[in-house]
Design a protein around this ligand. Structure first.
Ligand SMILES: Nc1nc2c(ncn2[C@@H]2O[C@H](COP(=O)(O)OP(=O)(O)OP(=O)(O)O)[C@@H](O)[C@H]2O)c(=O)[nH]1
Ligand SMILES: [Mg+2]
Ligand SMILES: [Zn+2]
Length: 310
């Protein structure tokens, strides 16, 4: 029997069969992603074959080839990876300029990783009801920056409903991954977008101005008509998993376009003479914050470490 993995709670997987039945499943056999050690061989969004047993549960016996997937390092020191979700049409990165703060380094690392996995990303700026004038101006400046590069931006408030109808249109007929720091309001937004769904939400800590990791497992919710929305646990960092140093510039669209004019083909845009990217930064054609994020990603390649802070 064929089905879709809609939830992953540690050792159990909830599978919705093509007939619409929901079955709790375990894994049988040894699934390996070519050469990559993963903490979860099967991910939300995977299409699988299952074999029912007499207790009404089932074994997952086969995974269909994935169209794509988003993966990250399981933890700071770990060599293992964690597949966040598979078979995505797009990813929405939920961002807040405050409560909690999302830095441009975090945004840019996420965007670059999604480019590497060929998953289109859009940015959703949430909690517009809560910002000061200064924070609102900063948010406007960020939207302008990312729209100029080519990333669509949406301004919403899950609390007041502002912008939610416009965002709902983006979900129709697509499998969409929701990502972002803990506490930015992913689950609250899902509840606003899909009435009838009850995603669990939590407060942000008043002491640390950070989320409390309320959502602990990825889960797919059906979008009326067609499509799915995937709620995920908040992420702290996004390691540059399986990305080569020379590749990083390819995943910053404006840096990649400009690099065609660098004197050297293998220019890393740091200190090489005739670097068109550095010149564009000086002329404010490429934003300093984007260039800083690029350097930040290059650096952790050089140091060979994963930066938990991003
Ligand atoms: N003012 C305001 N608060 C919001 C908004 N959206 C969410 N919140 C609040 O932010 C807090 C965190 O919301 P969640 O939806 O649990 O955040 P999350 O991103 O799912 O967090 P994790 O599951 O931990 O990753 C809750 O107290 C929400 O009520 C918003 O648009 N405006
Ligand atoms: Mg949540
Ligand atoms: Zn260069």
């Amino acid at each position: 029997m064929r089905g879709l993995v809609i939830k992953n709670t540690g050792s159990w997987y909830l599978v919705r069969t093509d007939e619409g039945q929901e079955v709790e499943c375990k894994i049988k056999g040894n699934f390996r992603l070519k050469g990559i050690r993963s903490t979860n061989p099967v991910a939300v969004g995977d299409y699988v074959q299952i074999v029912l047993n007499t207790e009404g549960t089932a074994f997952i016996t086969e995974i269909e080839d994935r169209k794509n997937y988003i993966i990250r390092r399981a933890s700071n020191l770990s060599k293992q990876s964690h597949i966040i979700a598979a078979n995505l049409d797009q990813s929405l990165l939920v961002v807040t300029v405050n409560y909690p703060e999302t830095t441009t380094v975090f945004i840019d690392r996420f965007l670059a990783s999604a480019e590497a996995y060929r998953v289109p990303v859009k940015l959703v700026f949430n909690k517009t009801d809560r910002y000061s004038d200064e924070e609102t101006s900063y948010l406007e400046a960020l939207c302008h920056l990312y729209e100029t590069i080519g990333y669509a931006c949406f301004k919403v408030s899950a609390r007041t409903g502002e912008g939610v109808d416009v965002l709902r249109e983006e979900l129709k007929g697509r499998v969409t991954l929701f990502s972002g720091h803990s506490g930015v309001g992913k689950s609250t937004l899902i509840n606003a977008l899909l009435p009838g769904v009850a995603a669990r939400t939590g407060e942000i800590s008043s002491v640390h101005n950070k989320g409390m990791h309320t959502t602990t497992f990825s889960e797919m919710f059906p979008v009326p008509g067609e499509g799915y929305l995937i709620d995920t646990p908040g992420i702290k960092g996004f390691g540059t998993f399986d990305m080569e140093q020379e590749e990083i510039g390819h995943y910053f669209p404006e840096i990649f376009r400009t690099s065609a004019d660098c004197r050297y083909g293998n220019c890393t845009h740091r200190h090489e003479p005739g670097c068109a990217v550095r010149q564009a930064v000086e002329q404010h054609l490429i934003s300093e914050s984007r260039y800083a994020s690029y350097l930040n990603m290059l650096e952790d390649k050089q140091e060979g470490k994963y930066r938990s802070g991003y």
